[in-house]
Write a protein that binds this ligand. Structure first.
Ligand code: UDX
Ligand code: UDX
Length: 440
């Protein structure tokens, strides 16, 4: 099939590359010239494991092209995907300005009946709004449908190539048929395409992300209770997750969820619920619990030291999760802001996301220093926090860290450091919902 994808962010680029890999002819369009130039030179503007190889091989075969010319690129296409960003607006709702601009350009460019697929996460009812833009501005017929994306950054290729389900929101039989054909190679082993109307598809995305976020906030509250009663949340998590009605995934407590999706989507669904005067009490609490959880490690440090003024604190991991350079809504932002406001000195490190993080929090002589590796970071620190569970941060040489640090306080925000190794090396360690480790 001939396809066009508008927007080469995480969602658009992964989708475009994956469709090309199955033999479709794909043009990916972006308004950002610098990004398109990079892609045309074979460079990938985002860090996503495995994406570079797929882009390279399909670009080499001529099946994957990059362009800034939206009007030219949407001609003679059966399907055009809209995958531009829908960032959170000042009112908490998703900002549809980019999506509407892109839709208007597509409407002016198409020269045949086109299925226009909205992949961006958008408020319920957006497919109708976009359809209206086409009805008013296009000479050709367009059928606007919803096909929300469920990929996780860092594992996006796998999520796209082997989806647990594909949601297609449209009542048009024609659009259902074409989308079924397009996705058939991705769902060969089991038919995982679920057809529904566009509004239900749009809401499915928000409901799924809110539910996953709620599991995390629920476990973060259980972890706090574990801390008070002296239980171990790792045991509780395993015990709960082995019930097939609950399942083991997304039950990991920590320092709160971040990223480009959960915070933004929860804010948008709450905006909708307020606007329609239909409260979502559970989701409200999920959000509030998460906000508080982001600074739980700082609370723990304060309960031990009372005053952190003048203390040096090491921060290991800045990305909102491992295997990504994305720092949007990462808990590390709040942690570092809080520590700096209390007068602490911060030394920070991340294997991939440091440059992105520094855009918002530039290095500052005497208060915030970015380091080359884990060991440089902990040097001279009174306390060290683990904020992102990158593989390279999970099994460090704790004896060496002990020699380099000035103090002996560790805070494991992801419950991954070995309790026995830490105790052996002479540290005091606090986790999230696990008994405190006292130095041997
Ligand atoms: C996507 C979805 O769009 C969002 O709704 C979902 O919730 C998360 O994933 P993402 O791919 O992460 O967003 O967005 P981003 O990385 O910001 O990329 C969007 C791309 O669209 C950028 O490259 C931007 O330059 C491009 N863009 C934006 C256009 O090409 N045209 C525009 O009018 C606006
Ligand atoms: C999420 C959804 O998983 C995906 O389906 C949707 O399309 C986009 O949003 P993503 O934001 O890339 O994907 O990352 P995810 O792996 O879901 O993690 C989100 C946040 O939750 C991270 O900060 C992570 O550390 C945190 N998390 C996740 C936990 O704290 N505990 C868990 O058990 C799982």
């Amino acid at each position: 099939m001939k396809i066009c994808v508008i927007g080469t962010g995480y969602v658009g680029l992964v989708a475009g590359a994956a469709f090309a890999d199955f033999g479709n002819n794909v043009t990916c369009v972006d308004i950002n010239e610098e990004k398109v130039d990079m892609l045309n030179r074979g460079e990938i503007p985002i860090y996503e494991p495995g994406l570079d190889r797929i882009v390279e091989r399909n670009a080499a075969k001529g099946r994957l092209l990059f362009s800034t010319d939206i009007l030219g690129s949407v001609k003679d296409r059966q399907v055009v995907f809209l995958a531009v960003g829908t960032p959170q607006g000042d009112d908490g709702n998703a900002n549809l300005a980019y999506l509407k601009d892109a839709a208007l350009s597509v409407a002016q460019g198409i020269n045949q009946l086109t299925i226009v697929v909205n992949k961006s996460t958008v408020p319920v009812g957006t497919a109708e709004v976009i359809q209206e833009i086409f009805n008013k501005n296009s000479k050709e017929e367009a059928i606007v449908i919803s096909n929300p994306e469920f990929l996780k950054e860092g594992d996006a290729i796998n999520d796209f190539m082997k989806p647990e389900r594909v949601i297609i929101g449209t009542t048009s039989e024609r659009a259902r048929h074409i989308m079924g054909e397009l996705y058939a190679p991705f769902v060969r082993s089991r038919n995982r395409i679920i057809f529904m109307d566009a509004k239900s598809a749009e809401l499915t995305k928000y409901a799924s992300n809110s539910f996953l976020a709620t599991r995390i906030s629920f476990m973060n509250e259980i972890a706090r209770l574990c801390d008070v009663v002296g239980a171990d949340v790792e045991s509780v998590r395993k015990g709960m997750g082995s019930d097939s009605r609950i399942g083991p995934k997304f039950l990991y407590p920590g320092i709160g969820y971040g990223g480009s999706c959960f915070p933004k989507d929860i804010s948008a669904i709450l905006y909708l619920s307020h606007k329609l005067d239909t409260p979502l009490h559970v989701v409200e609490s999920t959000h509030a619990v998460n906000d508080r959880q982001k600074v739980y490690l700082v609370e723990k440090l304060l309960s031990r030291t009372k005053d952190v003024k003048g203390l040096t604190v090491g921060i290991l991991g800045l990305a909102f999760k491992p295997n990504t350079d994305d720092v949007r809504e990462a808990p590390a932002h709040k942690i570092i802001e809080k520590l700096l406001s209390l007068g602490a000195v911060v030394r920070a490190y991340d294997p991939i996301a440091m440059d992105n993080f520094a855009l918002e929090h530039p290095q500052k002589e005497g208060s915030l220093t970015y380091c080359k590796n884990l060991y440089e970071t902990v040097t001279g620190c009174d306390a060290t926090f683990l904020c992102t569970e990158w593989h390279e941060l999970q099994r460090p040489d704790f004896a060496k860290i002990h020699d380099l640090m000035r103090g002996n306080l560790l805070f494991d925000g992801r419950n991954v450091w070995s309790q026995s190794e830490v105790a052996e090396a002479g540290f005091i360690m606090e986790c999230v919902g696990r008994p405190t480790i006292e130095a041997k």
